[in-house]
Structures are given as structure tokens and as C-alpha cells.
Design a protein around this ligand. Structure first.
Ligand SMILES: *Cc1c(COP(=O)(O)O)cnc(C)c1O
Length: 408
């Protein structure tokens, strides 16, 4: 079976690129996106065939994905990630918010939604005959690439800045990547890879520097639509780093509309960043088309510690044309919320996910969002990969003081 891809194009200028070839960025230095023959999909693929698909995860949306041959779909047992209602919203938000769900991406292989983008990038690399992939990463992208590349039998090299959490470095190595720690920033890791391309025949899968990670991340939006009975929430809060997810979802929604699979209103897209690294928020507030480099980026939410995003104009476009907004939250608020959601909902969010919850709460308070609006908050990874507070209660088995168990 062939894919329904018609061609690719520069996301900024619209210049066309041919399908079936290896692509990086456009002539203008902007991301290249995938275009489909949506008319033919609409004619040949009934929406009900998606609903009855036996595929348990994002491969169920194959007609809207770039991989042509089924044998090139690299899979590690993806799932449709659950939507978990926040049931104690009054305690958390101070109001009875009727419809607030966390879409929990931590259930994917390697514990983060990076599995979607890199699963797709690796599958396309397999289809196009790429034999060696390389990535600069300060977190979850490295382990997801390692896992899928290894699964596909493709060689994989990962370069991590030396402040990358130890667990991400180790899990990457454990899943088959040649893993290296660099005394520099992520941009400098990327430069090593770019400069090495003459000598080593590797292909760089940096964020938005190849066309297919967006297609993988797009499946978050397709999945959300199907889960909600082919409708969408009023507002989506999304922790934004390089922006692949927000760009991908927005692209997916347009495709669903063109196919006639959903109708009417699209969600307001809210881009959430940290006050320690908020280039998109600054550009949104100042009304700019592009975002300037954020100097001295610092936040505990390492997945959104991205000072410069190649797809900045695409993120800003999704936010603006959806009637959404961009908002930043502090690390203190984030940690407090992570703790509160654990204690009141039994959900261990990653800091990036907790940041999205804070952004929602603050937006409720300031009136940017109302409690009657339906909301989906993205928890982008498992909280298990991040530092957690230690337990201080020690019990002497020979001298148990039962009063300590009454602490609540
Ligand atoms: C990569 C990452 C993000 C940011 O994702 P983008 O779609 O690139 O903006 C958010 N949270 C976590 C946990 C991540 O690993």
C-alpha cells in the first residue's frame, strides 16, 4: 500500500518538495510539512474504518500518516492514551470546573509523548533507507529515538548536554543508542552533529529539522478527536518547547475538518511555558511573528527548556488563529501543583504537565478561561523520571508508635 502523501512543502513559503525523498529543512531554513491527498482519503477511507481499526495506538490513523508500507511501521506497543478527569477540581481550582481532563501521555513507550514523533521519524527513516540517526537532546527525545531506532535495526547516536538528567542519559544508552555527554548546550550538540555530516553518514532528527516528527505528534489531536466522539474540547493547554505537539495537533485538526470527520469549532490552543524560558509567550505578548532567542533559559521543566524554536511562527499561528493565548508559570507553582495533583488525584504528573495545570488554574482566576469550558491538559511524560521528595518517616519495627499513622 502506498501512503496518501501528495507532496511536502515549506511551512513558510509553501514551496513544494517531492514525496518519497529524504528531506531536512526548506531552502529558506524553515520546517517542511507533509501534505496529503485529502480528497482521495475522504473518498476511500470511511471514518468508521478508523473506529474499527485493530491497531491499539497511533498506527490506527495510518491513512493520515506518511508511512507507505505496513512493514515499515516501527512499533513498541503504543496505546491510545487515557483521558483522566480531574475529580477534585474544586479543591484544586477553587471552582467546580465541570469538564477538565488530563490526557496522560506517560503511558506511551519510553514514558513520554516523544514516542509519537520519534516513532514516526524512525519509521520514515526505515522506509527511506536511512541507516544511521543522530539527535541532540536534553531529555525524553533521546530515549524515544534510541528505542525506536534499535527496534528498527537503525544505528543511533545521541548527544546530551552535561546537565541532562542522569536518568535520561542512562535510559538512552540502555535502549541501544551510542550515547555521549557533551560539555555544552543542546544547540552545540546539534552543531557537532551538523558539522559531522561530511565525515559520518548520519541523519539528524533535531526538532522540526525533518518533516515527520510533526506527523507523529499530530496523532495526539486525531486521537483526542476520536476519543471525544469526533468533537474537540473548548480549550487545550499544552506545555510548549520546540512546539511539535501544538503544531502537529493544529495541523491534524485542519485535516480532520477538510475530511469532514469533525465539524465546527476548533479548540483554543494555549501554549504553556516556564517564566524561566518563555520565548513564545514573549513573542505572543509583543505581537511578533517570530520568537527571539531566550537568554539564560532555566527551568525544572526540562522538556520545555527550549530557548529557540525553529517552528516559532507555526506555534504562534496556531495560538492566534485558534483564539488562544500563551502563558508562563513559575517553577514554584509547578512543583506545588505537581504535589497537589498527586495528593488529591493520585496522579503523578511530570513538571511540564503540572505547568499546564497551573496555567489552567491561573487562567481561570484571571478570567481567560471560564469554568464552564471543557478543557484538556496534556501530561507529556511520566513523573517517574524526575526527582521526587524523600520519605522522612522511619518506623522501628521493635517499638512501633501507632500515633504516627494518625497524621491526617
Ligand atoms: C519534549 C517535551 C515537551 C515539549 O514538546 P514540544 O511538542 O516539542 O513542544 C514537553 N514535555 C515533555 C515532558 C517533553 O519531553
Amino acid at each position: 500500500m502506498n501512503s496518501y502523501v501528495s507532496h511536502l512543502e515549506c511551512a513558510y513559503s509553501g514551496k513544494r518538495y517531492e514525496a518519497g525523498k529524504v528531506h531536512t529543512i526548506s531552502e529558506m531554513g524553515k520546517p517542511i510539512i507533509v501534505k496529503y491527498d485529502l480528497e482521495r482519503i475522504a473518498a476511500e477511507v470511511p471514518r468508521s474504518s478508523i473506529e474499527s481499526s485493530k491497531e491499539p495506538g497511533f498506527w490506527r490513523y495510518s491513512p493520515l500518516l506518511p508511512v507507505g508500507s505496513e512493514k515499515n511501521r516501527v512499533s513498541l506497543g503504543e496505546v491510545v492514551t487515557p483521558m483522566i478527569p480531574l475529580e477534585n477540581s474544586t479543591a484544586i481550582f477553587g471552582v467546580d470546573a465541570k469538564s477538565v481532563f488530563v490526557k496522560d501521555e506517560s503511558r506511551l513507550p519510553t514514558g513520554s509523548f516523544k514516542a509519537r514523533g520519534l516513532g514516526m521519524a524512525v519509521s520514515m527513516a526505515k522506509e527511506l533507507g536511512v541507516s544511521h540517526l543522530a539527535i541532540p537532546t536534553n531529555g525524553n527525545a533521546g530515549s524515544a529515538l534510541a528505542a525506536y531506532a534499535t527496534r528498527a535495526g537503525i544505528e543511533c547516536t545521541v548527544l546530551c548536554p552535561d546537565n541532562t538528567p542522569e536518568i535520561n542519559v542512562r535510559e538512552t544508552q540502555m535502549q541501544g543508542a551510542s550515547t555521549h555527554i557533551v560539555n555544552g548546550l543542546i544547540g552545540e550538540c546539534g552543531k557537532i552533529i551538523a558539522d559531522g555530516s561530511d565525515e559520518i553518514d548520519w541523519f539528524a532528527v533535531s526538532t522540526l529539522k525533518e518533516p515527520y516528527r510533526i506527523e507523529g505528534k499530530k496523532t495526539m489531536g486525531l486521537e483526542l478527536a476520536e476519543q471525544m466522539g469526533w468533537s474537540l474540547p473548548d480549550v487545550i493547554f499544552y506545555p510548549t518547547g520546540g512546539g511539535t505537539g501544538i503544531i502537529g495537533m493544529w495541523k491534524g485538526f485542519q485535516e480532520l475538518i477538510e475530511l469532514g470527520w469533525i465539524d465546527g469549532k476548533l479548540p483554543r490552543m494555549v501554549s504553556v511555558q516556564s517564566t524561566g524560558c518563555a520565548p513564545i509567550v514573549r513573542a505572543w505578548e509583543e505581537g511578533h511573528e517570530f520568537a527571539e532567542y531566550w537568554e539564560g533559559a532555566e527551568t525544572i521543566s526540562s522538556g520545555i527548556r527550549v530557548p529557540y524554536a525553529l517552528g516559532d511562527f507555526m506555534i504562534l499561528d496556531a495560538v492566534r488563529s485558534s483564539g488562544g493565548f500563551a502563558i508562563s508559570v513559575t517553577d514554584d507553582e509547578t512543583l506545588e501543583m505537581q504535589n497537589q495533583i498527586g495528593l488529591s488525584e493520585g496522579l503523578l504528573l511530570c513538571p511540564e504537565g503540572a505547568a499546564a495545570v497551573v496555567a489552567y488554574r491561573n487562567s481561570l482566576e484571571s478570567g481567560l478561561v471560564s469554568s464552564s469550558e471543557s478543557v484538556v491538559l496534556f501530561n507529556t511524560a511520566t513523573g517517574l523520571k524526575y526527582p521526587m521528595p524523600r520519605v522522612y518517616s522511619n518506623i522501628d519495627k521493635n517499638n512501633v508508635e501507632y500515633s504516627v499513622f494518625n497524621s491526617k
